[in-house]
Design a protein around this ligand. Structure first.
Ligand code: GLV
Ligand code: MN
Ligand code: MN
Length: 412
């Protein structure tokens, strides 16, 4: 089997997909179920059909692209990632795993390889939490980690329910049907950019993920009292934004206080109402995103944030409501799949670094229903979730080659 990755086509497809965006280049914004997301899905479906693959979409828009194996009764080998992008993102997050997965399948087809197990590219709906506040929506439902009932209660910031939004996007039917039957996949492998600096710093071309850190997120609503910026004297104020400022620093302190490099916390959203220069902020909506490789320590930090909220609320006479949107356990990748990935690297004389994923991925949830592992490629300076995110064509081709080799080994 001679595997050749068509790097030119793969890179030009990454560029083409990046041009379907709500932000001006080089930034990419593609929020789930917007018309831009639907346009990107249609573009991708056409590329998959050109490759002779069968495309099906489930009730949530998770997209399954199948190359049927010689024994279609066997569980499939899955690969894939996401094409939704947070506001002001880059071109590679998720996309490398989707278009790299497609090119890995095409390279295997060209090589004359015939899989025994079907090989399936899976494009997950809403890996990013932008619209519904919770990440990995597709894989949570596929794996049964999130129930259809809880999913139905999710709303976007305009108050539209998930059912309304997916219905408008053309995805009907019951969400209960999204959950995959048991043993649907024999294995799942996700190719992704590292989103951190280690591979580049150590000049190692590939990373094999051994575990995925545990994420948690909170929505925080602060209610104070508004009023005229000239008229209300300082002792009489209950300024919601001043309370938020203290809480943002408390979030940072809570992560720093563990003393562990693996603990991180971010307040990424701060919406101020009414947002007028001469009006005291009466309401603020904050978010907190907390991650750690150690579950107990991560829960300790979310607990600290909750107790800081209570203390600041009492001190500043405001009300602070914290809502835990998700608190997931970390995932251990499957040793058997790690071994197949390692053997594929060795076969191509490529060195690799066993590593932890500090970002979350749909693989976090796929690992609950299938033996799962991830392959990382370097990205410049570790940048991700910003427009200057960059992975070199050489690194993308290398990752795709090892992915193709791995899929072949698993599908035999
Ligand atoms: C995924 O995009 C994450 O925030 O880790
Ligand atoms: Mn992302
Ligand atoms: Mn991603």
């Amino acid at each position: 089997m001679k595997l050749e990755i068509d790097g030119h086509r793969l890179i030009s497809e990454i560029e083409a997909l990046a041009s379907i965006s709500d932000a001006e280049a080089p930034a990419v914004t593609r929020i789930v179920f917007t018309s831009t997301d639907l346009k990107a899905r249609a573009w991708l479906k056409a590329r998959c059909e050109e490759a002779g693959l069968a495309v099906r979409q489930d009730e949530l828009g998770n997209t399954f692209v199948r190359w049927t194996g010689s024994d279609s009764t066997l569980p499939a080998i899955g690969t894939g990632s996401h094409i939704d992008a947070i506001p002001n993102a880059g071109k590679y997050d998720g996309v490398v795993g989707v278009l790299g997965g497609l090119e890995a399948i095409r390279a295997l087809q060209r090589s004359g390889f015939r899989p025994r197990h079907s090989i399936e590219l899976l494009v997950f709906t809403s890996e990013e939490p932008t619209r519904f506040g919770i990440g990995c929506l597709g894989s949570r439902l596929l794996s049964g980690t999130l129930s259809a009932d809880v999913a139905r209660r999710l709303k976007d910031s305009d108050g539209a329910t998930l059912d309304e939004v997916r219905g408008r996007a053309g995805f009907g039917g019951e969400l209960e049907a999204v959950k995959l039957p048991s043993a649907y996949y024999k294995a799942f492998v996700e190719l992704h950019i590292e989103q951190g600096p280690l591979l580049e710093r150590r000049q190692i071309p590939l990373g094999i993920v051994t575990s995925i850190a545990a994420p948690a997120s909170l929505r925080i609503s602060i209610e104070g009292s508004g009023g005229h910026a000239g008229g209300v004297l300082m002792p009489d104020r209950r300024d919601a934004l001043c309370a938020a400022a203290e809480l943002i620093l408390a979030i940072e302190n809570a992560a720093q206080a563990t003393g562990a490099v693996d603990t991180v916390a971010t307040a990424g959203i701060c919406e101020v109402f009414p947002g007028a220069v001469n009006s005291i902020p009466s309401r603020v909506r904050l978010s907190a995103d907390v991650r750690d490789t150690n579950l107990k320590r991560r829960d300790g930090v979310t607990g600290e944030i909750e107790s800081a909220s209570r203390a600041i609320a009492a001190k500043r006479q405001v009300s602070i409501r914290t809502e835990l949107l998700n608190a997931d356990a970390p995932a251990e990748c499957a040793p058997a799949i790690i071994e197949v990935l390692s053997a594929s690297c060795r076969k191509h004389n490529l060195t690799f670094l066993p590593m932890v994923s500090r970002a979350y991925h749909d693989s976090l949830f796929m690992s609950r229903i299938a033996p799962t592992a991830m392959l990382f490629i370097p990205c410049r300076s570790g940048y991700s979730h910003r427009p200057d995110e960059y992975a070199s064509p050489e690194d993308i081709v290398r990752g795709t080659l090892v992915l193709a080799e791995t899929l072949a080994a698993l599908a035999r």
